[in-house]
Design a binder for this molecule. Sequence first.
Ligand code: IMP
Length: 196
Amino acid sequence: MKIIFATKNAGKVKEVKLMLEELDAEVVTMTEAGIDIDVDEDGKTFEENAIKKAKEIMQASGCITLSDDSGLEIDYLNKQPGVHSARFMGENTSYDIKNQRILEMLHGVPDEKRTARFVSVIAAAFPDGRIVTTTGTIEGMIAHEAKGGNGFGYDPIFYVPQFGINTAEMDIEQKNKISHRGKALRAMKERLKEMI
Ligand code: IMP
């Protein structure tokens, strides 16, 4: 059985394929499935966006489709960039620039006010109309400087106090164990084992 993971983000695909290895299904990307559709992520919540994306790609492909919508909520910035994480400062702006901008916005802000979290909502859309969602979060803080070369996006500025390092300093296995997407995906994997 084929399951499409609806993303064009190479960083996410790597994490997801590794985590869903034990499922009795072949997980393929949209590109691998020959699907090239842009879904407008205009929802107000991660859940709305994840469901919309999964549903549209499922309808186009006829396959069970998983999609994730995720982002970074920074408490000091009223939970921004949130659902706009990818679009913050423009989709094509490099994360070096985005991360530097966030560090500037939090310049001088004390540690106790630098709390933040990554959120991931995974949606599964089945051709028979069933929709399932799971959510995962990881709590952390905005670091004082960017550090680490692993991961993607905001990983270089996301500090995890429990480990004393940024997510960009973790290897992929370590990050998957504790990350928002790891948690949401493990929950989804359990649901899928029951449903397929
Ligand atoms: P999405 O593709 O609309 O879900 O965009 C999510 C955006 O949130 C990404 O492009 C990143 O900017 C950010 N993001 C989500 N998960 C992570 C992560 O694990 N590390 C770093 N940034 C992330």
